[in-house]
Design a protein around this ligand. Sequence first.
Ligand code: ATP
Ligand code: MG
Ligand code: FE
Length: 338
Amino acid sequence: MIVLGIETSCDETSVAVIKDGLLTANLISSQHFHKNFGGVVPELSSRAHLQIVNPLVKSALEKSSVKLEDIDLIAATAGPGLIGALLVGLTYAKGLSLSLNKKFVAVNHIEGHIFSGFLMEEKPEFPFLALVVSGGHTLLLLVKNFIEIYKLGSTVDDAAGEAFDKVSKLLGLGYPGGPKIQKAAEGGDAFRINFPIAELKEPYNFSFSGLKTAVLRYVQQQGGIQNLDEQHIKDIAASFQMAVIKALIQKLKRAIKSFDVKSVSIVGGVAANSLLKEKATELAYEFNNKIVIPRLEFCGDNAAMIAFRAQTLFESGITHKLDYKPYPALDENSFLSL
Ligand code: ATP
Ligand code: MG
Ligand code: FE
């Protein structure tokens, strides 16, 4: 079976091919120009997707030695994401499905992230806990199989990645914030400033907006960013990063203790963070759980996870009609695109 996956939800155009269960191409074209604007500009994103999606499909097929007519299943991200950007990939996939008369599956981007650990050699074992930490979402989920996904908690305000991006901007480190903060934190003292970790009523929920404000207030108290030397900025970055990771690990530990799971999988862009990887691995070992953190290529946005998710849905008897609409936001209570 040959699956073609297309991802255009934000600022990465990506096309992947899975051939008889083997990933043969996962091409990712990142729209780096957004850094000049300090964040993703939706209109520019759509235009860039439009320009690159067709050549990328051609290259992915060539790389996989697959002809258009050999494809069995065509999949694209339907949401959540920027609506104009989603439309590009989704419409392209629908058009291809119509002209080739092949099955079509619309994939939920977050479900793509949830199962991205399956792209690794060492795969998660069911049931597993999934911590989704991306640019727009922070979710803790109990995943029983490819169909039963239960939400334990989510962020009540900012996503973890969003917090990294905002604090990076505030510290003048640039965009995207995650890698910049991580780099700065490498030379910093994580114990210099004790930033708060939000305590919430719901045991598995997260909150990062208070932390972001605490960093802002701290910088203001020092007389603004222009008053801080390089070392001080590194110390703030390290202390902030530590607070975010502590909050994530705290909730994950609670869930590991309460649910009898075999594996833990950390997914989404923030899963690229080395401190998070280190702390999560320690935690999993402590509780004798298998830990799966996808490699960099599968942590950020990629079409491999979209193609893989589509195949699991297809194998569960799920395909979609060509009038499937894109959606900007995640309905956290109904994960499956049933
Ligand atoms: P969503 O998946 O919620 O729609 P998205 O697709 O924009 O959002 P991803 O591409 O999965 O998100 O992840 C991007 C986020 O990951 C950004 O916020 C970025 O700052 C963060 N990130 C990337 N690398 C790191 C890192 N090393 N440490 C922390 N955060 C990181
Ligand atoms: Mg991105
Ligand atoms: Fe994503």
